[in-house]
Unconditional design. Structure first.
Ligand code: CO
Ligand code: CO
Length: 367
């Protein structure tokens, strides 16, 4: 497995004409090494040369963790005194033959801290952005990754079930969100949640990016949850909408339309078609019911280690879906000032269609 992933990254590097990669903590580093490091005041850098053993510069304190890495790594540890760090970088750069070559970095992750040490130790090298190839590296999930995502979905769904009894008239969005966080951890989520859950009541549910407030729940309100769990670094991202007591007739109607749009999107999902077709399939259901102008965002986004990654599900996206790609299908209808319904599921492309990893009912359930 580990060498599979290393071979994959080496192929990508050859394709892009890169002689090496320099990664600091983030999903790509976790993907390749299985090691979780945080960005901190001390640099941690993985160097992958096109040939030869990958090396890692890291604090002495962390060096023993390399024994558990998915691939053999040569450590260049440094001590507490920052004056010694440059030397560790110089030795690592030498071992990875990094001088005078093209080195790919993640433009959105690499910091001035790490880059300046690298540039000083390898003054003849060119450092360039390799984000695009790295996002392709992780785009098709293998079985182990899909299993972690399946579990992340199950944990999130268990947590919501455990939270629903707390939905009562008078509770605030923030209180209910707090309860959901507790239940996510209790159900077995990694302690680092993929994002803070959204709990939105009534008119707030019409805002797709609402944040939990002190708004209190009233009868007749819609109750929207957008939440997720994390399992071995892989995430789920789910949305369900309920009502407290009898909902307005129009809310019932839009809930039916959104459910049909969600189903159409998930059914359209399969390998060999452009990602945009999934968006169109969902969007058509909403447009033909006359609510097109109230579906104000794209149908979905890729998920895996990150909440937003390729493939993005928007109408114009011509990227061809392939087995192992995972993304959300999350159509919604938002009536400004009144309320909104969104139904978000997680799917992964299989050999003959798509598997939906989420299973909670999609009807507008009255609590
Ligand atoms: Co979501
Ligand atoms: Co989402």
């Amino acid at each position: 497995m580990s060498t599979d992933r290393l071979n994959k990254v080496l192929r990508l590097m050859r394709f892009e004409g890169l002689d090496a990669l320099a990664l600091n903590p983030g999903p790509s580093l976790v993907y390749l090494t299985g090691l979780h490091f945080h960005l901190m005041e001390r640099p941690v850098v993985l160097l992958i040369p096109a040939s030869g053993e990958p090396v890692m510069v890291l604090p002495e304190l962390e060096a023993s963790r390399l024994e558990h890495a998915r691939l053999p790594l040569r450590a260049f540890p440094y001590a507490d005194n920052p004056a010694t760090w440059e030397n560790a970088f110089r030795q690592a750069v030498q071992a990875a033959h990094l001088n005078g070559v093209r080195v790919g970095v993640e433009a959105t992750r690499m910091r001035f801290l790490e880059l300046s040490y690298l540039q000083k130790s390898a003054p003849g090298s060119n450092f360039e952005a390799a984000d695009f190839s790295l996002s392709n590296l992780r785009i098709a999930k293998d079985r182990e990754e899909v299993e972690a995502m399946r579990q992340a979905a199950r944990i999130a769904e268990d947590a919501l079930q455990a939270t629903l009894p707390a939905v009562k008239e008078g509770i605030s969005e923030a209180e209910l969100a707090g309860e959901l966080v507790v239940q996510l951890l209790r159900a077995g989520s990694d302690s680092e949640l993929p994002f803070s859950p959204i709990v939105a009541f009534g008119e707030n549910s019409a805002n797709p990016h609402s944040t939990p407030s002190d708004r209190r729940l009233k009868r007749g309100d819609l109750v929207l949850f957008d939440w997720g769990a994390s399992c071995q670094g892989y995430i789920s991202d789910i949305t369900r909408t309920f009502s407290l007591g009898e909902p307005d007739g129009e809310f019932r109607r839009i809930a039916e339309i959104v459910k049909a749009a969600n189903e159409a999107g998930r059914q359209a999902a399969r390998g060999g078609i452009p990602a945009g077709q999934v968006d169109l399939a969902a969007r058509q259901e909403i447009e033909k019911a006359g609510y097109g102008p109230y579906f104000i965002h794209r149908t979905g986004h890729g998920i895996g280690m990150e909440g937003h990654e390729a493939p993005y599900i928007f109408a114009e996206n011509q990227q061809i879906l392939e087995e192992g790609m995972a993304f959300t299908v999350e159509p919604g209808i938002y009536l400004p000032g009144r309320g909104g319904v969104r139904i978000e599921d997680n799917v992964v492309i299989t050999g003959d269609g798509a598997e939906t990893l989420t299973s909670l009912p999609r009807e507008l359930i009255q609590l």
